[in-house]
Structure formats: C-alpha cells, structure tokens
Design a protein around this ligand. Sequence first.
Ligand code: GDP
Ligand code: ZN
Length: 285
Amino acid sequence: MKEGVIASHFGVAVVIEEASRERVLLRVKRKSGLVVGDSVFFDSRIQNIAARKNILARQTDHGIQEIAANLDLLGIVVAPLPRTPQSFIDLAIVAALHQGIRPVIIINKADLVEHAEFETSLRKIFGADISIFATSTTTNDGIEALKNFLNKHGRALFIGVSGSGKSSLVNTLVPDAGLDIGNLAPTDSHGKHVTTVSTLHHVDGGSELIDTPGIRDFRIASVQPVELAALFVGFAQWLKVPCRFRNCLHDHEPGCSIRQAVSDLHIEKSRYEIYLELLRASKQI
Ligand code: GDP
Ligand code: ZN
C-alpha cells in the first residue's frame, strides 16, 4: 500500500501526492469526508485516512464545511483598501487557535499610502500575540520575508476577504499555481477541466500552501461560546482573575473580570464589542 497527501479535491475524485511528489488521480465517493491535507493510505482506492492533527472548518448556511486538514499556519491576508474588518481578523485568529494552528497576519498592499496607519493600528492590537508581515505583490516588498517564515513552519492556508489580494499573493509565492494540478484535473462531459475548490501547492524552499479560491466568507465553526474569551486576543491576562461564575460568557454577568477590565479602560471598548459580536455568532451555531 502507498502513502500520500490529498493535494486536490474535485468532489468525485482526488489527487494524491506521494512523498516523491508523484501525483495520482483516484475516484472517490462524493461524500468521502476527505479534505486537502489529509494523509491517506491507498492502492487502487483509498483504504485508510490517518488521524488528523487538526481540521479547519467553516459554518455555511448548509452546515459545517471542512476546508483543510493538518495545517501548521493560517495566513490571514488583510488590506487597508478595501479595509478588512477587524472582526474578520479576530474570527480567523480564534478559529486557528481553537485548532492549535498558528495564526499569522499578512497586511498586503504595503505600497498604498493607507497601509502605514493600518499596520500601526493592527500592530498595537495584535502585535504582542501574533506574527505580522507587511507585503506588496506590486513591489514585492516583504515577499521574501514571508516566504522564509512559511518555509520555517510547514503547511499554510491563506484566507482573506475578497479584494485583499489573496490570489495575487498565492500567485506570487507559487508562480506555477495555476499549472501544477491542471493536467490532472478530471474533465466534464464537454472535455473541460473541472475546477477545484482547494489545492496544495509547494512554495520554493519547502513549505506548502493550500489555495482555496472558492472560499470567500469565513464564519467560525464549532467554537463554543464559553471557549471564546480564552482565544480572544487581549483577554488572557484579565481572565487570570476568575469571574464570579465559572461559565461566565463576559456578556452581562455580575462579577465579571472582563467587564471590569473594560470599565477600568484596560480593554478598549471597541475590542469588547468585537468580542460580543463573535459571541453572538458562536451562539447561533
Ligand atoms: P482576492 O480577491 O483577495 O483574491 O484579491 P486579488 O488577488 O484578486 O486582488 C484584488 C485587487 O487588489 C486586484 O485588483 C489586485 O491587482 C490588487 N492587489 C493585489 N495585491 C496588491 C498589492 O500588493 N498592492 C496593490 N496596490 N494592489 C494589489
Ligand atoms: Zn466574565
């Protein structure tokens, strides 16, 4: 039996990559449960899926969608224009930390004049806890530094709101991204290659980058309301003093350490409001 990683998923077929980088196309059942990043054992068909280190999933209107497995990094691609909402960054960080995936913020469009002020504000909020990179796919500033960081950490997946430059960044880091899987893709009844929702690419220098062109929005999946505060950037230090209620959601409860820190101005009101926004979202699942 051979061993490999799911490098691309087409719904009815997957591309498996072996350690030698040889890639094979295998048919699978439509609800195979496999995602890009899964390690599998196979011969003429997939026999076994290795236990996952982690799984990144998102909430959709139709339920939970698993996106990719066995990640080391979640690259959160943001831009000053169109300005990425801060709550998106927080949401992505919580989702990553919940799965034991290291989040990294990539502030793209460093060539724009609006970038400096945006970077300063994000460094102030997230800089003590999260690695931050500034990049420009127009001037290539910061690309080498980001590449070196990726190559130190293994397998990454990038997410970003539409227009942040996520596709440009993937294409800069993996110049042949559009080509390396194309000839293996199954064809439809018209002979056209079926498009994939996500693909694993190799970055020059050793790391892997999973591209998910089909995935635009990102809603948190499976984080319980009571787990949220401990994952929220800037809250940890104020949670050291226990709230009166052990299962406090830091919403309206009396004797709450977080609410105390807000009224003492240790936590900015705007940060607390984003927390409440995420809390509401986590309750809706
Ligand atoms: P995506 O929607 O996040 O995949 O973003 P795209 O890669 O399609 O880029 C959205 C727009 O931003 C396009 O017009 C790009 O040319 C532009 N863009 C991407 N990276 C940069 C950058 O570093 N600087 C500037 N000024 N524009 C960029
Ligand atoms: Zn509390």
